[in-house]
Design a protein around this ligand. Structure first.
Ligand code: NAD
Length: 171
C-alpha cells in the first residue's frame, strides 16, 4: 500500500520525522510531498524546495524507509488541486494529514484519509522553530541533526534574519 503525506517542512523537524517513522510501519511506500514548492525566502517559508528536499533525504538516509520526495506546487484553484497532485505523484490510496483543507479535498475524491498523531506539538512546531531561529533562541535540538547541517550549509539563519530587516527605520 502506498500513502501520501504532504507538508511544507519549513523546516523538517523531529515531529515530522516521528510521523514518517510511524506511517512507514503501516504502509509499503510513502510519498512525501514537498508542499508550496514554489515558495521560499519569506519568514513563513524561508527554505527552497531543494533545501527542504536535502533536509528530508539526508535525514531519512539513516532509516529503512521506502519513500519518494516530490515537490508539489500550490495552485490557486482548490477544486482541481487533487488532480494536480495526482499528475505529479505515483498512485496512492491513502493520505495522512492534519490539515483540514487537505483532508476535505482528498475525502471528496474518495481517498482514505488518516490523521497522524501529533508529537510534542508544544515544541515541534515549524512556526515556533522559525521564531526561535529569528530571535536567537536554541532551535537545533528540535530538528534532526542533518537538518542543522543543511541550514548551516545554506546559511539559513542569517537568511531569516536578513529577511526580517526593515527597509527603513521606524520612528
Ligand atoms: P505542515 O508542514 O504544517 O505539516 C505537515 C504535516 O505534519 C501535517 O500533516 C501536520 O499535521 C504534521 N505535523 C506538524 N507538526 C507535527 C508534530 N509535532 N507531530 C506530528 N505531526 C506533525 O504542512 P501542511 O500545512 O499540512 O501542508 C499542506 C500543504 O498543502 C501546503 O503546502 C499547502 O499550500 C498545500 N495545499 C495546497 C492547495 C492548493 O494549492 N490549492 C490546497 C491545499 C493544500
Amino acid at each position: 500500500m502506498r500513502a501520501f503525506l504532504i507538508g511544507r517542512w519549513q523546516p523538517f523537524h523531529k515531529g515530522h520525522l516521528e510521523i514518517i517513522k510511524k506511517i512507514s510501519a503501516e504502509v509499503d511506500e510513502i510519498i512525501v510531498g514537498i508542499g508550496s514548492c514554489q515558495k521560499s525566502h519569506t519568514l513563513t517559508d524561508p527554505f527552497t524546495a531543494g533545501e527542504r528536499m536535502m533536509m528530508i533525504t539526508k535525514t531519512l538516509e539513516n532509516y529503512d524507509i521506502n519513500y519518494y520526495a516530490i515537490p508539489i506546487i500550490d495552485i490557486d484553484y482548490n477544486a482541481v488541486w487533487v488532480s494536480s497532485v495526482e499528475s505529479l505523484t505515483p498512485p496512492f490510496t491513502t493520505i495522512y494529514t492534519g490539515n483540514s483543507l487537505v483532508r476535505e479535498l482528498f475525502s471528496e475524491r474518495n481517498y482514505v484519509v488518516k490523521k497522524p498523531e501529533l508529537y510534542n506539538r508544544t515544541d515541534y512546531s515549524g512556526t515556533k522553530i522559525r521564531k526561535k531561529m529569528l530571535d536567537g533562541s536554541a532551535w537545533e535540538h528540535l530538528v534532526p541533526e542533518e537538518v542543522v547541517k543543511v541550514i548551516e550549509e545554506i546559511d539559513g539563519i542569517n537568511r531569516i534574519r536578513r529577511l526580517s530587516e526593515k527597509d527603513y527605520d521606524e520612528e
